[in-house]
Design a protein around this ligand. Structure first.
Ligand SMILES: NC(=O)c1ccc[n+]([C@@H]2O[C@H](COP(=O)([O-])OP(=O)(O)OC[C@H]3O[C@@H](n4cnc5c(N)ncnc54)[C@H](O)[C@@H]3O)[C@@H](O)[C@H]2O)c1
Ligand SMILES: O=C(O)[C@H](O)COP(=O)(O)O
Length: 349
C-alpha cells in the first residue's frame, strides 16, 4: 500500500527548541501509519508541483493561498501547528471540502501567562525601574512611580473572550481586577461563569484601565480597532495584544501612544513581523514588546507537534480530526465520525 504522503514547506521549522526531534512522525508511528513527511520547496510553483498528489498538508512557514489549495488533487486535510489559522485560506479549503486543523489547547496557558506578564510589567513600569537601577539613578523615578494606582479594583476589558482571554481572566481574578468583555459570538453565560461582565466594544474601550485584545485574524477582524476606538480609551489606560497584529490599525495605535490617548502598550504581535527598522513602536518608551513568543515554553514545541501528528494520523485512518476550524466540511468527506468527537473551535476561530 502507498505511504500516506504529507507535504510540508522546506526549512519552516518552528523556532522554539524541540531538539529537532520528529514528534509528528512519532505520533504517526504510534498509530501504525505508514507515512512520509516530504519537504517541498517554498516557491509557489515548485510547492504545488510537489504537493499536487499529497494526502495531507502540514502547513507552516508560507501562506496557503487559494492558488495552492485549488491545485491539491486528493488532499484530505491541512494541518497547522498554531492556534491562529490566518496563514491558510480557510474559505478556499472549505470550498474544496478540505478540513483545516489547528492546535487549540496546547499552549493557551503560556500565552495567558505572557499576557499577565505584559499587564504587570506595563502597569508597574518594570523596564523603567530596571533601567533606573542599572544607570545608577536609584529611586530617581520615584515621583512618577508614586502616581501608579493600586492594581486591585482596576478594570480589565477583553476584546474577544476566547480560550486565551478566559485563561487570562482566571489569572487576573485573584489580583482583584474587575473584568468586562466584548465577544459578539459568545454566549453571555460563558462570560458570567468566568467572572466577566458582558459589554459592548465601546464600553470595553472607554471603561477599561487595561484593554486586552484577543480577536482572531479573521478577515472581518482585520483593522478592527481603529483611531475611533483608541480615542475612547482613558488617557491612563494600557493596551495589550497577544492575539494578532493585523487586528489593530497600527498607525492609529502609534498615534494614540504619541498623543496620549492611552498611556502604555504591551505587544507580543505586530502588523508586520518582524517589524521594519523604522517602525516607531521600537523607539517608544511607553511600549513593551516581545517577538510573537507568548506561546514559548519547554513544552509548547513538542505538544503542538504531537498534536499535528495525532491529527494527521486520524485522517490517515479515515477518521475525523479532533480540532477542525471548518467542521461543516466533515459531513461531506469520506472521513468517519468516531467517539469522543470534539468539533474544535467552530467557525468563529
Ligand atoms: N501571540 C501568540 O503567540 C498567540 C498564541 C495563541 C493564539 N494567538 C492568537 O490569539 C487569537 C485568540 O486565541 P484563542 O485561543 O483565545 O482563540 P479562540 O478561538 O478560543 O477565541 C477567539 C474568540 O474570538 C471571538 N471572535 C470571533 N470573531 C470575532 C469578531 N468579529 N469580533 C470579536 N470577537 C470575535 C470568538 O467568538 C472567540 O470567542 C488566535 O486567533 C491567535 O491568532 C496568538
Ligand atoms: O497562533 C498561534 O498559535 C501563535 O501565534 C503561534 O503561531 P505561529 O507558530 O504561527 O507563530
Amino acid at each position: 500500500m502507498a505511504k500516506f504522503r504529507i507535504v510540508t514547506p522546506a526549512g519552516a521549522s518552528f523556532t522554539v527548541a524541540g531538539g529537532g526531534y520528529d514528534y509528528e512522525m512519532e505520533a504517526l508511528n504510534l498509530a501504525n501509519i505508514d507515512a512520509e513527511i516530504v519537504e517541498a520547496p517554498t516557491d509557489t510553483a515548485a510547492f504545488i508541483a510537489a504537493a499536487r498528489d499529497a494526502d495531507a498538508i502540514y502547513a507552516k512557514g508560507i501562506p496557503f493561498t487559494a492558488e495552492i489549495i485549488n491545485a491539491l488533487d486528493k488532499c484530505k486535510v491541512i494541518s497547522l501547528g498554531s492556534v491562529g489559522v490566518d496563514s491558510v485560506d480557510v474559505k478556499a479549503a472549505t470550498a474544496r471540502g478540505i478540513p483545516v486543523t489547528n492546535v487549540p489547547d496546547t499552549f493557551i496557558e503560556e500565552v495567558a501567562d505572557h499576557c499577565m506578564m505584559l499587564l504587570l510589567a506595563t502597569f508597574r513600569r518594570t523596564i523603567e525601574q530596571d533601567r533606573m537601577v542599572r544607570e545608577h539613578r536609584w529611586r530617581e523615578g520615584r515621583p512618577a512611580l508614586l502616581q501608579i494606582p493600586r492594581l486591585m479594583g482596576q478594570t480589565l476589558g477583553f476584546v474577544s473572550f476566547g480560550r486565551v482571554a478566559r485563561a487570562v481572566a482566571r489569572r487576573a481574578k485573584p489580583f482583584g481586577l474587575n473584568m468586562i468583555a466584548y465577544d459578539p459570538f459568545l454566549d453571555e453565560t460563558v462570560m458570567i461563569e468566568n467572572g466577566v461582565i458582558p459589554a459592548t466594544l465601546d464600553e470595553v474601550m472607554s471603561r477599561s484601565d487595561f484593554v486586552s485584545m484577543h480577536a482572531p485574524a479573521r478577515p472581518e477582524c482585520t483593522g478592527m480597532l481603529t483611531e475611533r476606538h483608541f480615542k475612547q480609551m482613558k488617557p491612563s489606560a494600557i493596551f495589550l495584544n497577544v492575539g494578532r497584529g493585523p487586528t489593530v490599525d497600527e498607525a492609529a495605535l502609534i498615534k494614540a501612544l504619541e498623543q496620549g490617548w492611552m498611556a502604555y502598550a504591551g505587544l507580543d504581535v505586530l502588523e508586520v513581523e518582524p517589524p521594519s527598522h523604522n517602525n516607531p513602536l521600537l523607539k517608544m518608551e511607553n511600549v513593551i514588546l516581545s517577538a510573537h513568543t507568548a506561546s514559548a515554553s519547554a513544552r509548547f514545541d513538542e505538544a503542538r507537534k504531537r498534536r499535528v501528528g495525532a491529527e494527521l494520523a486520524l485522517v490517515a485512518q479515515n477518521k475525523w480530526p479532533m480540532s477542525c476550524v471548518n467542521p461543516a466540511v466533515l459531513q461531506t468527506t469520506k472521513l468517519q465520525r468516531w467517539q469522543p468527537v470534539n468539533l474544535g473551535r467552530g467557525p468563529n476561530s
